[in-house]
Design a protein around this ligand. Structure first.
Ligand code: TRP
Length: 338
């Protein structure tokens, strides 16, 4: 790798491999990653080990989705010549760093982590929280620091994990006596989180309110037809509300003709514009956004051997990088190297 590449700020981000990615991932993160790969040294982690922390009952799903998520990355324009895509479970340095970092965080601190608290509730673990799940923020700290990443593009809900990472970094650096590990900054997208098609705050495949990047033209059409609008806007002539109306939220996120959106909003608010024409406009926008993504994805999916090979090459590069950091941390803590 050339020197100029090495001086670029390092980005690490990842996705749990629990299902194919959707439009929420696209606006929240994937689109940025495609841009950032030109100016940063970028690593994408297929987080299959983290996926197991709440899917240990279904490892086959976790395994299968390693390739599915990789297809999604490539389909949206992640270029393997610019971005290193790697598989978490094939990077043993991450597990070893996790074990070491575990001693620089308290159980009480993990239990107070807002992301973990919410996720424990969502998953209904109650008192039966897998230890691996409670500790996944430590593993995520290992992910980020093993690459010495300073920028982590993640959704707002992940910000407490970056804070927790930096606490571990500061403690470890203090213990070692020098700034071995850099602190990381969360890069939170300025566009708000994309709601589900049902109007719920979060788009999620398990909630059944997502539009997948691999959605067929019929699935896109059906999703737009079902989309939550203004329940009081019954007849076209009624004045309608734009705020919280998913169709307009999506137009704001995906239609790059703001003047046209403003015009539609004005007419909708005033009354005289029905849901159907607005939905028609959104459907056109989404169909033309997703058609090339779906086509590219299908091409990669036809050649899984080629994609596996990309993952193998990326993982080899990532293994070197993460192993080097592990050696430094081990030496810093004075562990024997025999
Ligand atoms: N926690 C992230 C998610 O649920 C996935 C992830 C794993 C990640 N390791 C990471 C994100 C490191 C950023 C950095 O989507």
């Amino acid at each position: 790798m050339s020197n100029s590449t090495n001086k670029r700020p390092v980005i690490l981000t990842g996705d749990r491999t629990t299902g194919p990615l959707h439009l929420g991932h696209y606006v929240g993160s994937l689109k940025n990653r495609v841009t950032l790969q030109h100016t940063h040294e970028q690593f994408l982690l297929l987080a299959d080990i983290q996926a197991l922390t709440d899917n240990a009952h279904d490892p086959e799903k976790v395994r299968r989705n390693v390739l599915e998520v990789a297809f999604d990355y490539l389909a949206v324009g992640i270029d393997p010549a610019l971005t290193t895509i790697c598989v978490q479970s094939a990077l043993p340095a991450l597990a070893e760093l996790t074990m070491l970092y575990m001693n620089f965080v308290t159980v009480a601190r993990l239990e107070r982590n807002p992301t973990i608290k919410t996720e424990i509730q969502l998953r209904g673990f109650e008192r039966d929280v897998p230890a691996g799940f409670l500790c996944y923020p430590v593993a995520q700290a290992a992910d980020v620091t093993a690459f010495k990443a300073t920028i982590v593009p993640v959704g707002e809900d992940q910000a407490p994990l970056i804070e927790q990472t930096n606490e571990i970094v500061r403690r470890l650096n203090r213990q070692i006596g020098r700034d071995l590990l850099p602190e990381a900054h969360a890069m939170i997208p300025t566009v708000g989180r994309l709601p589900g098609i049902d109007g719920k705050a979060k788009m999620s495949k398990s909630q059944g309110n997502a539009i997948l990047l691999s959605a067929s033209p019929d699935e896109i059409r059906d999703a737009v037809r079902q989309m939550y609008t203004d329940p009081h806007h019954i007849r076209a002539s009624d004045p309608g509300t734009v705020e919280g109306n998913v169709v307009f939220t999506y137009l704001d996120a995906f239609d790059d003709d703001p003047a046209n959106i403003e015009d539609l909003k004005t007419r909708y608010r005033r009354g005289g514009l029905g849901d159907m024409p607005v939905k028609g406009q959104l459907e056109d926008v989404l169909q033309s956004l997703l058609a090339p993504i779906r086509d590219r994805r299908a091409q990669y999916a036809e050649d899984p051997g080629y994609v596996m090979n990309l993952l193998r090459e990326g993982t080899v590069r990532a293994r070197e990088r993460t192993q080097a950091t592990l050696e430094e941390v081990r030496a810093g803590l004075g562990l024997f190297s025999l």
